[in-house]
Ligand binder design. Structure first.
Ligand code: ADP
Ligand code: ZN
Ligand code: ZN
Length: 759
């Protein structure tokens, strides 16, 4: 902890003389804002309570305002004259919210990711606790029927069938139902709930976890583990109470989740809490049901799709230790978990673990660091491990556990390339793929089609003058969304009505080029009129519960063709699928980002992994115009591990991560000149600090690949260090100087340590 003086004399003002008598101690308090260090305060003047402990929220004066701060330490002395320090106004929590170890994790994150400590701590707090309100009572928010609701005959609502359905669901839960359970049973219920509340039929309640909850009290036994699963569980269980990172490298369907469940069970039995991270909100309901059926005690789910109150209740259940199992997306890694005994990260290769805005951090990397600080094992699982994790395993930092066979005994689907050069494509499908789809439909099987582009068509062009629909604010084309009758920018979210005429020459001959999932769905309906088709992309699943509904329908066999974007690749098992068609990935093979090939390979293997079961092995057809591409060939012949070995060798030769370490400084400003000039200045400061030759390289500045976004010009400077500590030391020395650069208010800059995305 630093002893830097906090704030300026103006900030701190005159101290309260009565405060000095209370205690000799100086309270070090982190507040939200651009403060890279904690601020010093005197203890509150009158306190009948004990001295607050680190991790407690305090109300402190700051300038003319009062703000919530978090106590991060207590010091004997301030390097600041005591008479000038202000006193804390109020202690907000009876007990600390964060344990000493949890604070240490957040402190580490602030330093490593070069973020103000207060910003990191506030990112870890649920929104209602950022205000100076007392903690609510423990419990889960939800709704229950009122007296009027109970006495109403549901038939009275016959003309409002959704309201009636909801009423009937609530009749099954006399104590009320939590929002999340309600959503699972009913889907998005917002407007219906409002209508029922307006009629006085329901009311909001805090639902206490009930020990009689059959899901929680009577866990079902699991299957007998395969020898590989057994070995994995034994290896991790040998490290209880000490830090060890594991890479659980298991093919899709090999029973990784079963391994997580056994480990969680053992950790909970020892009285510990377990944190499970998944990359997507959409993956939580399915996994939650599976965990609830097998593990005792309440589960706290943490992600941004919850209501504020629900999130707060779950966060408190984690912080108070009453939730044994915490299941969440990346930000759950910041939540306080006082008795953390095990961290599990599923689909660890997924880029969604990286927070791309504000406090930019990797939930996965932080999981490893947190396990180290808390002294517990961490398991990173994937069928397609990231090259970073594979390298860590190679170096012996992670212990690698393999599951090489599917638990069900089903063979992995067979992967084949389909050369589409000079083939007549209909609906984007080459004749052999069309024929196979028809045959599978005939046999009553299911088909999965993957296309990495949502919307109807990626280009709207005037056939007369060549005008192309482009975003007015970005260097990007607008995507046609036909159902919505709009042109949409996928980069900034701007949209406009679909024009009838060319805005330049007024011609009516506007044509749509290319194909997105929406158009594919249209085309397929014409091609296979008897088949039931469903689409899964961000547009079709915007409504809460929509994704689950489609997947459920697919599992019940009500859907024959399922088409979609990346969403298909993420952990949803569809055992009825026997054919997977990947329509185009060629763009990814030649993309500028050095991670593009790794992502493409992971996507292919993950999409493929959804298919097939023992009696009906699956088949994957990958359409390409580059059938000889070395990456595709490797993937085809040797699978992901051969691909990964070659890709790692390429990274080593090019000195790219994981063989070097990166940070990316980004700027955006109204003009390109301003954005570049700031980075040039930053670069000069950096060079003065580290005269060449240096183990840290500054590359750029250059305009960002997407140079204009949402009307702002963007530029970037890449910082590359051969070793992580060297890069870290450089950043520590350099950033204070960069922060001191006087620049226009219209310019914004940020630093991204270990960037995933170089856009
Ligand atoms: P992964 O997470 O690796 O994709 P899962 O844990 O979801 O794999 O397992 C895939 C399927 O195999 C699931 O239906 C699961 O219930 C089943 N399964 C897992 N382990 C076993 C086992 N030891 N014996 C029988 N079935 C198993
Ligand atoms: Zn025109
Ligand atoms: Zn745009």
């Amino acid at each position: 902890m630093s002893t830097e003086p906090a704030g300026t004399p103006e900030d701190q003002g005159q101290g309260d003389p009565t405060a000095v008598e209370g205690s000799k101690n100086i309270l070090r308090v982190a507040v939200a804002g651009p403060f890279f260090e904690a601020l010093d305060y005197l203890p509150p003047p009158r306190h009948d309570w004990e001295e607050p402990r680190p991790g407690t929220r305090l109300l402190v004066p700051l300038g003319q305002r009062r703000q919530v701060g978090i106590l991060v330490g207590v010091a004997e002395e301030s390097s600041y004259p005591r008479a000038r320090l202000k006193a804390v106004e109020k202690v907000l929590d009876p007990n600390p919210l964060f344990s000493e170890r949890d604070l240490r994790v957040l402190h580490w994150a602030a330093t490593y990711y070069q973020q103000p400590l207060g910003e990191v701590l506030f990112a870890a707090l649920p929104e209602p606790l950022r205000k100076p309100d007392p903690l609510p009572e423990p419990g889960q928010p939800g709704v229950r029927l009122t007296e009027a609701g109970w006495s109403l005959d549901p038939r009275a609502l016959n003309r409002a069938p959704r309201q009636r359905a909801l009423l009937e669901i609530l009749r099954t839960a006399p104590a009320g139902m939590t929002w999340s359970n309600l959503r699972l049973r009913f889907g998005e219920a917002g407007p219906i709930l409002r209508a029922l509340r307006a009629k006085g039929l329901i009311t909001e309640v805090q639902i206490q976890p009930s020990p009689a909850d059959p899901l929680a009290s009577d866990p079902a036994p699991g299957p007998t583990l395969t020898p590989e699963q057994e070995a994995a569980v034994t290896a991790v269980a040998a490290t209880w109470g000490q830090f060890q990172a594991f890479l659980l490298d298991g093919i899709t369907g090999s029973g990784k989740t079963e391994v997580y469940i056994r480990l969680a069970e053992a950790a909970i039995a020892q009285g510990n809490q377990v944190l499970i991270l998944v990359p997507e909100i959409a993956l939580t309901p399915q996994l939650k049901m599976r965990l609830q059926a097998r593990l005792p005690g309440p589960i706290a789910v943490l992600h941004s799709g919850l209501s504020k109150q629900e999130r707060l209740a779950n966060w408190l259940a984690a912080a108070r230790g009453s939730a044994r199992l915490i299941l969440g997306t990346r930000s759950a890694i910041l939540a306080p978990i006082p008795r953390l005994g095990l961290i599990l990260v599923d689909e660890e290769h997924d880029d969604s673990f990286k927070q791309q805005e504000g406090f930019r951090y990797s939930g996965r990397d932080l999981a490893v660091r947190r396990a180290q600080i808390c002294g517990c094992p961490v398991v990173l699982g994937s069928a397609t491990p990231s090259l970073e994790s594979l390298r860590n395993a190679e170096l012996g930092r992670y212990s690698r556990l393999r599951l090489t066979e599917r638990a069900s005994g089903a063979p992995l689907p067979e992967l084949a390339l389909l050369d589409i050069r000079n083939q007549p494509l209909v609906a984007g499908l080459a004749p052999p793929l069309r024929a196979e789809i028809a045959a599978e439909l005939q046999a009553g099987n299911q088909i999965l089609l993957f296309l990495n582009r949502r919307g109807y068509a990626p280009v709207l062009i005037c056939h007369r003058c060549g005008w192309v629909g482009e975003c007015a604010h970005c260097d990007a084309r607008l995507t046609v969304h036909l159902a919505a009758q709009r042109l949409w920018c996928h980069h900034c979210g701007w949209s406009s009505a679909l024009p009838e005429r060319c805005p330049v020459c007024a011609s009516l001959d506007l044509r749509m080029l290319g194909r997105g999932t929406e158009r594919l769905e249209d085309n397929l309906a014409k091609l296979f009129p008897a088949a039931r088709i469903a689409r899964l992309d961000r547009d079709s699943t915007r409504r809460q519960g929509a994704l689950e509904q489609v997947l459920e329908a697919a599992r019940r066999g009500e859907i024959q063709i399922l088409l979609g974007t990346q969403m298909l690749a993420k952990g949803h098992d569809l055992p009825g699928v026997t054919l997977v068609g990947i329509l185009e990935l060629d763009q990814a093979l030649y993309a500028a980002d050095f991670r593009a090939a790794e992502r493409a390979a992971q996507l292919i293997i993950q999409v493929a992994g959804r298919a097939g079961r023992a009696d009906r092995p699956g088949r994957v057809l990958l359409q390409t115009r580059h059938p000889d591409h070395p990456l595709l060939q490797l993937l085809l012949r040797g699978g992901y591990s051969d691909f990964a070995r070659a890709a790692l060798a390429e990274r080593a030769a090019a000195e790219l991560p994981p063989f070097s370490h990166l940070a990316l400084m980004r700027t955006e400003a109204p003009t390109a000149g301003e954005a570049l000039a700031f980075l040039q200045q930053a670069r000069t400061l950096g060079e003065q600090l580290r005269p060449e030759p240096s183990p840290v390289l500054l590359l750029g500045p250059v305009p960002a690949p997407l140079e204009r976004r949402a009307g702002r010009h963007r530029a970037q400077l890449l910082i590359q260090g051969a070793k992580r500590p060297l890069l870290q030391r450089f950043l520590q020395d350099w950033l204070p100087e960069v922060r001191a650069i006087r620049c226009s208010r219209r310019l914004r800059w940020s630093l991204d340590v270990d960037p995933r995305d170089l856009m």
